[in-house]
Design a binder for this molecule. Structure first.
Ligand code: VGL
Ligand code: ZN
Length: 202
């Protein structure tokens, strides 16, 4: 694999709460760690994201009386799935998986930090317009193509890949380095949408 200086690898949310025994366990999530550690060596630029919620976050079912995890609610910016409390700032659940090698990180982007709004994508919060700043970081570093891996294929990887394509980057998702939540057929919907958006599924 060539070392292209115009490519960045984006490693999305490989955190304890999305792995085995975590608060929002993605089936077999931890299986991506070894593959990602191998992949990282082939990229000059690697950015990691961390889901990083304050206690009482609006995406937590526990913040809405009478509602349970995996139900949906209408928030000011649209429909939001409610999740179990997860990736609370400063907790071990929010830490990267202990075997994930993050030593060579160029940047770590934390998202979902504001209590009232969730952020699946590494580029925009769930209102689909508030930027995280990652676009500017990648552009000023001359990045043209991004490769997305991590958790979960049908949520944060999906939204990141779609947004990157909309922003005009070439985008690839390496599915062997991703695992899905796959709720209500969300994985096949995500795969179809990524394909129609021109995302290269590998
Ligand atoms: C994610 C649900 C809630 C993800 C984050 O990383 O895909 N999913 N927060
Ligand atoms: Zn989250």
């Amino acid at each position: 694999m060539p070392m292209n200086s115009d490519q960045a690898l984006i490693v999305i949310d490989v955190q304890n709460d999305f792995c085995i025994g975590g608060a929002l366990e993605v089936p077999f999530g931890e299986e991506v760690v070894a593959n990602i550690n191998r992949l990282v060596k082939h990229y000059e630029m690697v950015v990691y994201t961390q889901d990083w919620h304050p206690k009482g976050h609006a995406s937590f079912a526990s913040s809405h009386a009478g509602l349970a995890p995996f139900e949906t609610i209408d928030l000011s910016y649209g429909k939001q799935v409610l999740w179990p409390d997860h990736c609370v700032q400063g907790t071990s659940g929010a830490d990267f998986h202990p075997d994930l090698n993050t030593d060579s990180a160029d940047a770590i982007v934390r998202k979902g930090c504001r209590r009232e709004i969730d952020s699946y994508s590494a580029f925009f919060e769930n209102d689909r317009e508030t930027p995280t700043g990652l676009e500017g970081y990648l552009r000023t570093r001359g990045i043209k193509r991004i490769v997305c891996v991590g958790l979960a294929t049908d949520y944060c990887v999906f939204y990141s890949a779609i947004d990157a394509a909309k922003l005009g980057f070439e985008v690839e998702v390496q599915e062997k380095c991703c695992r899905a939540i796959d709720m209500d057929n969300s994985l096949s919907k995500a795969r179809q949408e990524m394909q129609s958006a021109g995302v290269d599924l590998k």
